[in-house]
Design a protein around this ligand. Structure first.
Ligand code: COA
Length: 261
């Protein structure tokens, strides 16, 4: 489907390092980058999630490689970067999609619960960016962070994720400024409610789903495909002058979230 929208081979000769790349939104992004011609390293804690995803990409003629690393552990991240460079010869796209989430009211959230999500989403994103810097500098590469819209307004039971993703947005803008001079573009995508994800199944209670859908101006939930298409665009040369952007892909949801009618 991506190739029906984008010209074939749009990202050929590129190599992407995709954290959280086995499943969910970033699993889709990894597949889409591979369909567009990039070699992709799928990176997460659980190699058994990654290997089947890599096998599917390889069976369909893509180039995928699975490597286990916890983004919270800088040494594991550095080894995964080195293994990817050894396998594919370079890295010129980093997608930070590894994330943790659960619903919890702030007055019941433990310091360790708050910290775990900040460690994965925010500090993990920094660890990967930092470890990939020399590679990205050498190849004038780019970073695509997966953010959220939760922190634009107050989202109950999502304090920990909202705080972490606000940090991811700050990191995106700061690195865009500091690393832009090396030719490294740093952007983010902020997905709204995406229907075919684990998060939507697990985090949004059934009775709330229809109410939520009605609040989305485009009248439907997003699909992983919508995020894939945005990611392929940002990673392509069509976005060559886009740096420091947080591209909201939510059907207009957050703008309308507080409307009266
Ligand atoms: N409600 C409240 N607190 C929770 C929680 C929940 N549902 N799930 C985890 N926590 C707290 C734990 O109680 C613990 O804090 P404590 O030591 O004070 O008790 C802290 O978070 C760490 O939990 P733990 O499971 O040991 O951490 P982990 O590092 O193995 O994993 C997550 C952290 C966020 C990845 C884990 O909660 C998880 O597996 N979530 C589901 C998978 C997921 O998030 N997928 C991404 C979808 S967007």
């Amino acid at each position: 489907m991506t190739q029906q929208i984008f010209i074939a081979g749009l990202l050929k000769d590129r190599v992407a390092f995709v954290t959280g790349g086995g499943t969910g939104i970033t699993g889709g992004v990894a597949r889409a980058l591979a369909e567009a011609g990039a070699g992709v390293a799928l990176v997460s804690r659980q190699i058994d999630h990654l290997e089947p995803a890599a096998a599917v990409i390889n069976e369909q003629g893509g180039r995928a490689f699975a490597v286990a690393a916890d983004v919270r552990n800088p040494d594991e991240v550095a080894k995964a970067i080195a293994a990817t460079v050894e396998h594919f010869g370079k890295i010129d796209i980093v997608v930070n999609g590894a994330a943790g989430n659960f619903l919890c009211p702030a007055d019941q959230l433990s310091p360790n619960g708050f910290g775990s999500v900040v460690d994965i989403d925010l500090k993990g994103t920094f660890n990967v960016c930092r470890a990939a810097f020399e590679e990205l500098k050498q190849h004038r590469g780019q970073i695509l962070n997966i953010s959220a819209t939760l922190h634009y307004l107050g989202t109950p039971m999502q304090l920990h994720v909202s705080a972490a993703k606000a940090g991811v947005d700050a990191l995106t803008r700061n690195l865009a400024v500091e690393w832009g001079r090396h030719g490294i573009r740093v952007n983010a995508i902020a997905p709204g409610p995406i229907a075919d994800t684990e998060g939507m199944k697990r985090l949004v209670p059934e009775p709330i789903k229809e109410k939520l859908r009605q609040r989305i101006p485009l009248g439907r939930f997003g699909l992983i495909k919508d995020i894939e298409n945005a990611a392929v665009f940002i990673c392509s040369d069509a976005a060559n002058f886009i740096n420091g952007a947080v591209l909201v892909v939510d059907g207009g949801h957050w703008l309308a979230a507080n409307r009266l009618l």
